[in-house]
Ligand binder design. Structure first.
Ligand code: MSP
Length: 504
């Protein structure tokens, strides 16, 4: 039986169009999902939209629309973006979906029944923009939130609370494992919240309507974060009459990876595990909390207004170019930059000059010297092919720990070595001197390595991969991790395709 793999992104707020920051997380998830499929996993990839809450209600009012009309318009833009970015998800969940709404009410009721949720009152500072109660560590002296810079308001109302404080020991044990990455984030959560003063969380609101009403008290709507976090299991049928997906993808045997940006680590590493434990479900195997894309030294964000539009980038360059930059140039354990110059430089150096140039030089020589088809030759013992085989293994090790950036860099390094091998072995001289056997060996070694390079970039370069492989005389579907090392029957290469045109 295939092993099951479940990967999720945050569900994004439709309070405006998505920007490069959202495209970052979703592309990470898509690439890992495609890689896992190549490895033979059965994959479920979830993304979606987080549509309730006061912020959305306000936005809709500003636009003279009902909240649902407003979110329908924005969410259509999400779906369109994922389509042109080649994001291949299995479900796009909306928190306004009927099955989700039903299941969230059930979740609330069952926690209430277990006395893990209780009626109370809440008093404190609240950031509407982030839909979050703030602790003193999260604000400056004038009560401005240190993530979005907006002023938090005073808040006092009747509410229901989730007994988070009961779970301190549970969380400490959880944090002793390596479920949360990177390590720095773990320390932050332990010091600022878990070991410090772990408070219960208010999980209903009475001041507005745009949310999921609880069955027990019609004045209360469920706090957006309780509603939103639940999506990861409601999408799999939790509390519905068909929970076969849940049994398959959220089980002890499945691998669950949740990818988020670092600013929502608290919700995903503290409240979410508490909810799961309360419901008797396992915690995700890995919570990957990546850094921010910065603009200057600030987080790129809608509320700051310093965002880049992914649609524009895709239309100007290509989805592959954007996917490549995200994976290669933005390692998840740090903050990263996205500027036009960096983007173009990376594309030209890595795709046009390195990989693209390699493929075009080699295919041209195969066409010119061997009429498009090399006589079959086994090169598996050649040092550079061995290097290619090692790259496959090292790449897998890195991808298996979700280090996609370093994995990609290994592939690019192999490309550089192949280019250097062309310079060193000078096939054009071999041809002139009539050293046909040597010429055949050089080109066969390069052809094999190009197949390896192309295949390892397949999860990223969704659109270009078929052409890369065809350019070597193979069919895109016929290569997999299993047969990678075998001696392929290459077909005659006829076309000279330009794969990555240099950006001027
Ligand atoms: N709706 C909540 C998430 C609920 S999940 C149960 C939310 N939405 S959001 O629209 O604000 O999206 C936040 C996410 O978008 C981040 O966690 C991250 O995945 C992505 N990013 C938004 N801006 C980003 C950067 N500047 N850099 C990196 N990622 C960014 O929070």
């Amino acid at each position: 039986m295939k092993k099951a793999f479940y990967v999720t992104t945050p569900i994004y707020y439709p309070s405006g169009n998505l920007h490069i920051g959202h495209a970052y997380t979703t592309t990470l998830a898509d690439v890992i999902s495609r890689y896992k499929k190549e490895k033979g996993y059965e994959v479920f990839f979830l993304t979606g939209s987080d549509e309730h809450g006061q912020k959305i209600e306000q936005k809709a009012q500003e636009n003279n629309l009902s909240p649902k009309e407003y979110v329908d318009g924005i969410v259509k833009g999400f779906v369109d973006l994922w389509k042109i970015l080649d994001i291949e998800y299995d479900r796009f969940i909306r928190t306004t979906d009927d099955d989700h709404v039903f299941a969230v009410k059930e979740i609330f009721s069952s926690l209430l029944e277990k006395d893990l949720i209780y009626p109370s009152t809440y008093k404190g500072k609240y950031c509407i923009s982030c839909e979050e109660f703030l602790t003193s560590e999260q604000m400056d002296e004038t009560f401005h939130h240190n993530v979005c810079g907006k002023e938090a308001g005073d808040f006092e109302e009747e509410t229901y609370m989730l007994r988070v404080s009961k779970f301190q020991k549970y969380l400490q044990d959880l944090f002793a494992t390596n479920f949360l990455e990177p390590e720095t984030r773990k320390k932050e959560m332990l010091n600022n919240f878990i070991n410090n003063d772990l408070e219960d969380l208010s999980v209903t609101r009475v001041g507005f309507n745009w949310g999921i009403q609880i069955k027990e008290n019609p004045n209360h709507v469920i706090y957006v974060w309780l509603d939103a976090l639940s999506n990861y299991i409601t999408a799999l049928g939790y509390k519905s009459n068909d929970d076969s997906l849940l049994k398959k993808f959220w089980s002890e045997d499945s691998e669950v990876l949740q990818i988020i940006g670092k600013e929502i680590t608290r919700f995903h590493s503290i409240y979410w595990p508490v909810m799961l434990e309360s419901l008797g479900l396992k915690t995700p195997d890995k919570l990957l909390s990546h850094g921010w894309i910065l603009s200057g030294d600030k987080k790129m964000s809608k509320s700051i207004g310093n965002v880049l539009d992914p649609v524009e980038i895709i239309n100007t360059y290509s989805s592959d170019a954007l996917r490549f930059y995200i994976i290669n140039n933005l390692p998840t354990d740090k903050d990263g930059s996205f500027t036009n110059d960096l983007f173009i430089e990376s594309f030209n150096n890595n795709l046009a000059n390195n990989v693209g140039n390699l493929i075009s030089r080699v295919s041209n020589m195969i066409i010119k010297y061997f009429d498009g088809q090399l006589p079959k030759k086994d090169t598996s013992n050649h040092w550079l092919v061995q290097k290619g085989f090692e790259t496959i293994e090292d790449y897998k090790k890195l991808m298996d720990i979700y280090n996609m950036s370093e994995a990609t860099q290994l592939v690019l390094k192999l490309g550089q070595e192949c280019n250097k091998y062309i310079e060193d072995s000078k096939p054009w001289v071999l041809e002139k001197e009539g050293k046909n056997d040597e010429l055949l060996e050089v080109l066969s070694v390069l052809q094999k390595n190009i197949v390896i390079i192309s295949y390892l970039l397949k999860p990223i370069l969704v659109k270009t991969y078929p052409s890369m492989i065809k350019q070597m005389g193979l069919k895109p579907e016929e290569i997999n991790f299993e047969n990678m090392k075998s001696n392929f029957d290459y077909e005659k290469i006829i076309d000279k395709l330009v794969l990555f045109e240099r950006i001027k």
